[in-house]
Design a protein around this ligand. Structure first.
Ligand code: NAP
Ligand code: ZN
Ligand code: ZN
Length: 352
């Protein structure tokens, strides 16, 4: 077993604190990675604090992982020692069901194995995430980080990146379309960059008027203030696609009213109830679609990373040491991050 230091949540109330644990010795198909950077996703906060009522403790969060390969098993072909590698939200799946066979491991019918807050397949051992020194992962769930991509800014691509890229691709967003990204946070700012790179006309839909300038810098052509009913009315029935990243239950009805006939709004942010409920009329009139999307499969994650390398896209980040993770969580709740915290895992060395 490999001894590893990390930071863990012990329960839903306590702050994250140093935690020593063990990882499995690498098997023939495993890649052992020294973690250099790990993004802080809003999901880390939801799960540390048991917002989804399914948390397993102790929990080492973190699923936006970038690092350097330390060693690989004898059967590993994709990577070698010294390469830069990424690990996202999943570390395993059944590999046999129809979803897995179609490269949609995130929808594995037997349940994908999440990078943390899960149990290893066929075992009671908890999985532990990226707020730690090292990780050992089957090569199928590791992506290559091409040379030239800034490593710190690449970490958030592993969740915020793929979660926004996948629906934009699935619903064929591109030239000639008016696309709205709702919520300018970690996911939203990647959504704006991708929608722009795919050629769409991008509207940032935000509750925060002060973010307008940034939204334009990130690539938005226009900014729509969702709390301004007159502006919302001006944009009614005009959008070809909406990507909704709001992290909490909210009223989706005013957003659905923005869609043209037959067009789609995809939820990626909220996992709990929508409050108030969706009105039937919001989808009946205009035959509109309301759906959702979860991260992306491994092949698509590599495609997204390669797309980023080609288009020079990374996340806008604020680097923090691991010792500041609790403060970063508090700032995330207050909507005070531009636009992703990334932990410099080197700060873990020598920490008490
Ligand atoms: P984030 O950085 O906190 O950004 C969320 C943004 O939503 C905020 O910046 C804010 O933007 C807006 N917002 C926040 N509270 C709001 C409210 N009450 N009403 C309206 N707008 C609000 O979070 P994130 O890391 O992007 O994650 C977003 C959500 O996606 C989280 O719930 C996370 O768990 C989930 N997630 C899902 C997947 C998936 O596979 N589907 C993957 C990763 C994360 P404005 O200031 O611009 O309004
Ligand atoms: Zn995430
Ligand atoms: Zn499967």
């Amino acid at each position: 077993m490999i001894k590893v230091r990390g930071y863990s949540a012990r329960d839903a109330q306590s702050p994250l604190a140093p935690f020593d644990f063990e990882r499995r010795d690498p098997g023939p198909r495993d890649v052992q990675i020294e973690i250099l950077y790990c993004g802080i996703c809003h999901s880390d906060l939801h799960q540390s604090r048991n917002d989804w009522s399914n948390s397993l403790y102790p929990m080492v969060p973190g699923h936006e992982i970038v690092g350097r390969v330390v060693s690989v098993g004898a059967q590993v072909r994709k990577l070698k020692a010294g390469d830069f590698a990424g690990v996202g939200c999943m570390v395993d799946s059944c590999r046999q069901c129809s979803a897995c066979k179609e490269n949609l491991e995130q929808y594995c019918e037997m349940g994908a194995t999440w990078t943390y807050n899960a149990k290893e397949r066929g075992s009671e051992r908890l999985t532990f995430g990226g707020y730690s020194e090292q990780i050992v992962v089957d090569e199928h769930f590791v992506v290559n980080i091409p040379a030239g991509l800034d490593l710190k800014g690449a970490a958030p691509l592993l969740c915020a990146g793929i979660t926004t890229y996948s629906p934009l691709r699935h619903w064929n967003v591109g030239v000639g379309q008016k696309v709205g990204v709702i919520g300018l946070g970690g996911l939203g700012h990647m959504g704006v960059k991708f929608a722009k790179a795919l050629g769409a006309r991008v509207v940032m839909i935000t509750t925060s008027p002060e973010k307008g300038k940034d939204a334009r810098r990130l690539g938005a052509d226009e900014v729509l203030l969702s709390r301004d009913p007159a502006m919302m009315a001006q944009h009614a029935r005009s959008f070809d696609f909406l990507l909704n990243t709001i992290p909490v239950g909210h009223d989706v009805n005013p957003y659905l009213a923005l869609l043209k006939r037959d067009k789609t709004m995809v939820l990626v942010g909220v996992l709990t109830e929508l409050e108030p409920p969706v009105r039937g009329a919001s989808v009946i009139f205009g035959r509109r679609n309301l759906t959702g999307s979860g991260i992306g499969g491994m092949a698509e994650t590599q495609e997204m990373i390669d797309f980023c390398a080609q288009h020079g896209i990374v996340s806008d980040i604020e680097i923090v040491p691991i010792q500041a993770v609790n403060e970063a969580y508090d700032r995330l709740v207050k909507n005070d991050v531009k636009y992703r915290f990334v932990i410099d895992m080197g700060s873990l060395k020598g920490s008490a």
